[in-house]
Design a protein around this ligand. Structure first.
Ligand code: ADP
Ligand code: MG
Length: 333
């Protein structure tokens, strides 16, 4: 089981930022309104994610570190299915297999929190407000070969911040703070509401006032109707004006049904809208939120769920292209 977890970890835990992504994901799943990250040495020595979510019931705490699948690895086929299907309910188990992990958690029903030591499985009561703190220390301590591939602390920190940024742009209603070596690195306050005003504030906080001044609002609805009656695809967000384009392409954020994705169809749809003005010389800047019928998109393509597969790529490509075309053509608000 330990071996399967380590293999799964190899698939998904590449660096501290991968751990940050999974832990923040869990905190959001638990309904957190405030998430605090504490890092040491770019996350290699410590990643602590504290949330005020619903907590893990005392009796379930040991289970959180167990792989949900019970089968031991018996043959190559099983191993392959771990590699391709990955990682449902095994992020914590995988991270625990390559680090020194501890979880402190308390639900509303409990009078106190419990602390679980990931190495020994021991539990003991501690004081804590309702919510969960997951601490991951000495990532890859037992796999020096992997540790060797890590970059400088500054680079790993930048990747960790980027991982939080991706979540933060999806959830303006949740507050985030990131500390590194005792210093506050980023702080994004929760918006009063997660409507368009809240989103715009979060975009300004995370991507800078500059981005909002040099971008236009995107709000597009496809004319085709879904079975439920609404537009088949809705694209919201902000698209940078051509002047705001950068030499490097790390300011492109795309979300499908609230989840950050890296997708060729979306990226190409966006790029084609800019093609006439940028001629592929510079990279456009944008944050786009695509909402669509969940049955028309498969999110379980990759264990990290960062890749998606659309049932009809053309319709999505076209929607993104039109959304940006329309936004760039409109008189600036
Ligand atoms: P998954 O998220 O796919 O279920 P994980 O290994 O990431 O698998 O987490 C295992 C389980 O531990 C979750 O299903 C959840 O029940 C619990 N859990 C993990 N992190 C938290 C958290 N921050 N708050 C509440 N429950 C959590
Ligand atoms: Mg998870």
């Amino acid at each position: 089981d330990e071996l399967i977890s380590q293999i799964a970890a190899g698939e998904v835990v590449e660096r501290p930022a991968s751990v940050v992504r999974e832990l923040v994901d869990n905190a959001l799943d638990a309904g957190a309104r405030q998430i605090v990250l504490r890092l040491l040495a770019g996350g290699v020595r410590l990643i602590a994610v504290e949330d005020d979510g619903i907590g893990i019931p005392m009796d379930d705490l040991p289970l959180a570190l167990k792989r949900h699948a019970t089968s031991k690895i018996g043959n190559l086929q099983e191993l392959e299915s771990v590699a391709t299907m990955g990682f449902r309910g095994e992020a914590l188990a995988a991270i625990n297999s390559v680090s020194d992990m501890a979880i402190a958690s308390r639900t509303a029903e409990q009078a106190h929190a419990m602390l679980l030591d990931g190495r020994t499985g021991e539990m003991k009561p501690i004081a804590r407000a309702i919510g969960t703190t997951v601490e991951v220390k000495e990532l890859f301590f037992s796999t020096p070969a992997r540790r060797k591939f890590l970059k400088t602390d500054a680079t790993e920190l930048a990747h960790c911040v980027e991982a939080v940024r991706r979540h933060a742009l999806a959830r303006p209603d949740v507050g985030f703070a990131i500390w590194h070596e005792g210093k506050l690195v980023e702080q994004w306050r929760a918006a009063a509401d997660s409507d368009d005003a809240g989103l715009d504030q979060r975009l300004a906080d995370v991507l800078g006032e500059d981005f909002c001044e040099r971008s236009v609002l995107v709000d597009y609805r496809s004319s085709a109707q879904s079975e439920a009656g609404g537009p088949l695809i809705r694209v919201r967000g902000r698209a940078g004006i051509p002047d705001a384009a950068r030499a490097r392409g790390d300011h492109q954020f795309a979300y499908v049904n609230g989840r950050f994705v890296r997708d060729k169809v979306l990226a190409h749809g966006a790029r084609s809208a800019y093609e006439d003005v940028l001629h592929g010389q510079r990279q456009p800047v944008y944050a786009l939120y695509v909402d669509m019928d969940p049955t028309r998109v498969d999110v379980n393509v990759h264990p990290t769920k960062i890749e998606v597969r659309f049932r009809d790529s053309r319709e999505v490509h076209q929607a993104v292209r039109r959304a940006i075309d329309q936004a760039l053509a409109a008189p600036r608000a």
